[in-house]
Design a protein around this ligand. Structure first.
Ligand code: NI
Length: 182
């Protein structure tokens, strides 16, 4: 199990457009496994490679449902997205304790490669569709803050700067609470 350090808002890699994966090899599989480990340790529901400092098009999503199982997203692509949209609150492991209401397509068709490099296509809706759109945004250097109004974004950025006062650097060690702790 390898929990990697998280890159926080301000780290340039979060604004990079990640490069496509040419072949799903052992290195990519290791990255997928580390993303799951890091996401779970940080109690997130999704994580993109940019967030651990690697600008490659790899992400994972696990919203805690067994059907469909946790998603591995290598070179993910939104094939179709519904005109019907939904607004709900989002946060991001790279911007801890900051939340905002984001409008997203309610349903979408996803195409990606799995952990074995096999292409798959699946229909997603609701929270899972939201999580996948959020992670694909990361791979394009986009953060949920970018979807908010300038006023709302400004307020949240001010809150973020205040909370970060006195701290330097953009790396966060993920230290999961011991099991059983509240
Ligand atoms: Ni995020």
């Amino acid at each position: 199990m390898t929990v990697r350090k998280l890159h926080l808002l301000g780290s340039p890699v979060l604004r990079q457009r990640a490069a496509p994966v040419a072949a799903v090899d052992d290195e990519v599989r290791q990255l997928v496994d580390d993303l799951f480990d890091t996401m779970r340790a940080a109690k997130g529901v999704g994580l993109a490679a940019n967030q651990v400092g690697i600008a490659r098009r790899v992400a994972v999503v696990d919203v805690g449902e067994d059907d469909p199982p946790p998603l591995v997203l290598v070179n993910p692509r939104i094939v179709t997205a519904s005109d019907e949209r939904e607004t709900a609150e989002e946060g991001c492991l790279s911007i801890p304790d900051i939340y905002g209401d984001v409008e997203r397509a309610l349903t979408m068709t996803l195409e990606a490669l799995d952990r074995d490099g096999r292409p798959y296509r699946t229909q997603l809706s609701g929270f899972k569709a939201r999580a996948v759109q959020h992670e694909i945004d990361h791979l394009d250097g986009v953060l949920f803050l970018d979807h908010l109004s300038a006023v709302k974004r400004g307020l949240l950025l001010a809150k973020w700067k205040k909370a970060r006062k006195g701290q330097s650097g953009y790396l966060k060690e993920v230290t999961p609470e011991p099991a059983g702790e509240l």
